[in-house]
Write a protein that binds this ligand. Structure first.
Ligand SMILES: *Cc1c(COP(=O)(O)O)cnc(C)c1O
Length: 379
């Protein structure tokens, strides 16, 4: 079986991990945590970086740091991971959804504008407080219109850059936009710490809020007297040691992923019935966090069936995200009733991704491409 993801850990990972063990620094107090934070802040061009235990926790800390009131609303894409909506809901806030762009699979900024102007100008909705931007699979969201909307209506921007290590939008690093941004270091991301995440911001107050929320809101003077409910979202020195080693190779990893994406596109272009990710847009070059594809409407089977058949040929796959408005858990809470986002629904049912990990070899890519060709020709 060709696994859907396998990380590359053959740089300084082992050396730095051994340092943790040799020095006894294995908790979040160790020196690698601060180093990793400094390196991430520098890589993205932010003043502050706050390392946390995973990308989901990073989103939760970021939303919590905004101190929104219960019932406040945050606009976000319908097509994304549950972590995004979960962070909003856990703060007592309400996600407001926007459909996807059919080509980039990101939040459609035209529809975002329609939604926001309709809510604020027509419905006089004054609960709408923030936009959560999520860059999906390899290309960033078209940020300029988002920034314009946020400025016009006084909305905060939260940028989920979990999949965007090293990516830029019009030359500016992803993760440098908005009030707060977050990353994940799960093993399928370009940079991994096993489990891990980071919140970044230029705002001193928000940084302090995130640091406090990460560490149970302990107080400087009376440590065990708490004014607020925090979390234990701390990252260990061992995770950060991996992160430092991985970050040393960010440029190399980025080049590798882009080369892989180009190679897959070369092998799969021209197969009838497949929609592939565009290699670039006017504002970015695809970094192929994963190599996704969507079965066109005329293909008589769906993604589930395609993944089953590829599995039988020894190819690991993963389905695309399932849209937020179709999540049973939110439906049970009475959210998104009667709402439809046709592009997100289509992507969820027709989309899947093939092995795309950092350790994938050229031979494996050829084998995967052959299997996809066979899958599409059998019909
Ligand atoms: C991976 C991912 C997350 C969650 O990160 P974890 O570290 O797995 O908690 C959040 N948002 C997006 C867009 C992701 O891809």
């Amino acid at each position: 079986m060709i696994p859907v993801n396998e990380p590359l850990l053959n740089g300084n990972e082992k050396k730095y991990l051994n340092e943790c063990i040799d020095t006894g620094w294995i908790s979040s107090e160790g020196p690698f945590v601060q180093r990793f934070e400094e390196l991430m802040a520098a890589a993205v061009g932010r003043r502050h970086a706050i390392a946390v235990c995973n990308g989901t926790a990073a989103l939760e800390a970021a939303v919590a740091a905004l101190d929104l009131a219960p019932g406040d609303q945050v606009v976000m894409p319908a097509f994304t991971i549950i972590s995004c909506a979960a962070a909003i809901v856990r703060c007592g806030c309400v996600p407001v959804l926007v459909d996807s762009d059919p080509v980039t699979w990101n939040m459609d900024v035209g529809k975002l504008k329609e939604k926001i102007t309709h809510e604020i100008e027509i419905k006089k909705n004054n609960k709408l407080k923030a936009i959560m931007v999520v860059h999906i699979y390899g290309l960033p969201v078209d940020m300029n219109p988002v920034i314009e909307l946020a400025e016009r209506y006084g909305l905060k921007i939260l940028e989920d850059a979990a999949e965007m290590h090293g990516q830029t939008y019009r030359g500016r690093p992803c993760g440098s936009f908005g009030d707060l941004s977050t990353f994940s270091f799960y093993p399928n991301k370009h940079i991994t710490t096993g489990e891990g995440g980071m919140v970044l911001t230029d705002n001193d107050h928000l940084a302090e809020r995130c640091r406090s929320l990460r560490n149970l809101c302990f107080q400087a003077k009376k440590r065990f007297v708490h004014e607020e409910l925090g979390y234990n979202f701390r990252m260990t020195n061992m995770q950060a040691a991996l992160g430092v080693a991985q970050l040393e190779r960010l440029d190399e990893f980025l080049t590798r992923k882009r080369r892989m994406g180009g190679r897959y596109t070369g092998l799969l272009t021209g197969i009838d019935g497949l929609e592939l990710m565009p290699p670039r847009t006017g504002y970015a070059e695809n970094i192929y966090w994963v190599y996704g594809m969507v079965l066109k409407d005329e293909v008589p089977f769906d993604a589930e069936e395609a993944m089953l058949r590829l599995g039988r040929m020894g190819i690991g796959t993963r389905p695309f995200f399932w849209p937020m408005h179709e999540q049973p858990l939110f439906r049970k809470r009475g959210l998104f009733e009667g709402e439809h986002y046709p592009e997100a629904e289509r992507l969820a049912r027709r989309g899947f991704y093939i092995p795309s990990g950092m350790a994938l070899t050229d031979e494996q890519m050829e084998e995967v491409a052959m299997a996809v060709k066979k899958l599409m020709m059998d019909e």
